[in-house]
Design a protein around this ligand. Structure first.
Ligand SMILES: NC(=O)c1ccc[n+]([C@@H]2O[C@H](COP(=O)([O-])OP(=O)(O)OC[C@H]3O[C@@H](n4cnc5c(N)ncnc54)[C@H](O)[C@@H]3O)[C@@H](O)[C@H]2O)c1
Length: 372
């Protein structure tokens, strides 16, 4: 198969769909890998790295889209890229179609077959191609929160780990899923006093079993949250209710009960945010002040550490990418129902129910798409 990997063109996107190591494995499987010149630079990979891996460097995205059988990307194809997709071509990337009727329309019109990273599943009910980015955002959250807490950034001037004779920062993590667990681990590793709130008792049992005394767990009731908010130097928002906007768990009025200069890091901002006062920010201007409380609400946190994010995403996508290239998408999806769950569009038809429901479009059962 000819596998094409164009440079990402969405603003502020520095990741790339294939690492040189992924390219090398695909080449070893007998595939031809076409990388757009400079595609890896944002993640620290040069053209020479890809050439050494056996890939071919191509000057333009147009040439890649014209010749590749499968396009591997990170972000959803932008309008100019969607025009270059064609019937029978396979697209493997994040799509997030439900809130995006324009993209959905263009993908249907192109006739391509599109497999979305975010809907591929695993045997434990998780989302294996979303998890690496949640891990990155979770581990980054205490790091950016610690920076926000510094005096020059408007923060309270508290050091995460304290020092001998001075107590550590108190960190409250709301939501103990992938983001929250990784955030709690890193905050505790920095020496902070960490509590994780969740509403799922099985999840809290798991956290307690695995992490013991590294951090505390608590039930996320409105009353207990309000109590802990008053003591917190940093609050990390990491809740998710699948398919719904994030619940607002901290109101504007509650900010007045917090310590002045405390930091709120709302990782759930990509689902609308879990603090009433959250609004999405960018890496260029990440923090703002509401009533003396500093907010960090960057919607694409993994972009700050593009190299780590690219490699983490590449590790997760590689087995699926190789299956698609080795067997073709039909056989790969027939053999692996979790990969079939990633199928969102095929030959002009939508094949993912939640997207059809959100956009009020007809859906072809994925199993029928395999035969279409
Ligand atoms: N900003 C970014 O760059 C970025 C990057 C990755 C993920 N995210 C977002 O971070 C959020 C968390 O993702 P995740 O992968 O950890 O999800 P997850 O499903 O693994 O975890 C979510 C957790 O929230 C808990 N929860 C639900 N309602 C709650 C409540 N009222 N109080 C406390 N806990 C509650 C759930 O029980 C679950 O344990 C999502 O919105 C995701 O989109 C943002």
């Amino acid at each position: 198969m000819k596998i094409g990997c164009p440079t990402e063109i969405k603003p502020q996107e520095f990741r790339v769909g294939m690492t040189p190591n992924a390219a090398q494995e695909a080449v070893a499987h007998g595939h031809e890998v076409l990388i757009q010149s400079g595609a890896g630079l944002g993640s620290g990979f040069t053209n020479e790295d890809y050439i050494a891996a056996g890939a071919v460097i191509i000057d333009t995205a147009e040439e890649i889209f014209a010749s590749a059988d499968m396009i591997v990307k990170v972000k959803e194809p932008q309008a100019i890229e969607r025009k270059m997709l064609r019937e029978g071509q396979l697209l493997f990337t994040y799509l997030h179609l439900a809130p995006d009727p324009e993209q959905t329309h263009d993908l249907l019109a192109s006739g391509c077959t599109a497999i979305a990273y975010e809907t591929v599943t695993d045997a434990s009910g998780g989302l294996p191609l979303l998890a690496p980015m949640s891990e990155v955002a979770g581990r980054l959250a205490p790091q950016v929160g610690a920076w926000t807490l510094q005096k020059a950034n408007g923060g309270r001037g508290v050091l995460m780990g304290g020092v001998p004779g001075v107590g550590p920062a108190k960190v409250l993590v709301i939501g103990g899923g992938v983001v929250g667990t990784h955030a709690a681990r890193i905050a505790a590793g920095m020496g902070a006093d960490v509590t994780v709130l969740d509403r799922s008792l099985p999840r809290m049992r798991y956290l307690d079993d695995v992490f013991g005394k590294v951090f505390k767990t608590g039930f996320s009731s409105a009353g207990y949250t309000a109590e802990l908010l008053q003591q917190a130097d940093m609050v990390i928002g990491a809740v998710l209710i699948p398919g719904a906007a994030a619940p607002k768990l901290v109101s504007r009025a509650q900010l007045a009960t917090m310590k002045p200069g405390a930091a709120l890091v709302d990782v759930a901002i990509d689902q609308g945010g879990c603090f009433e006062t959250s609004r999405a920010t960018t890496h260029a201007d990440p923090i703002y002040d509401v009533d003396g409380i500093m907010h960090y609400c960057v919607a694409n946190m993994p972009g700050a550490v593009a190299r780590t994010s690219t490699i983490a995403l590449g590790n997760a996508t590689l087995p699926f990418l190789l299956a698609l290239a080795d067997k073709g998408w039909r056989k790969a999806c027939e053999d692996d129902p979790h990969l079939l769950n990633g199928l969102n569009v095929h030959a002009g038809q939508l094949t993912y129910y939640a997207v059809g429901k959100a956009l009020e479009l007809d859906v072809l059962a994925p199993a029928l798409a395999l035969k279409a």
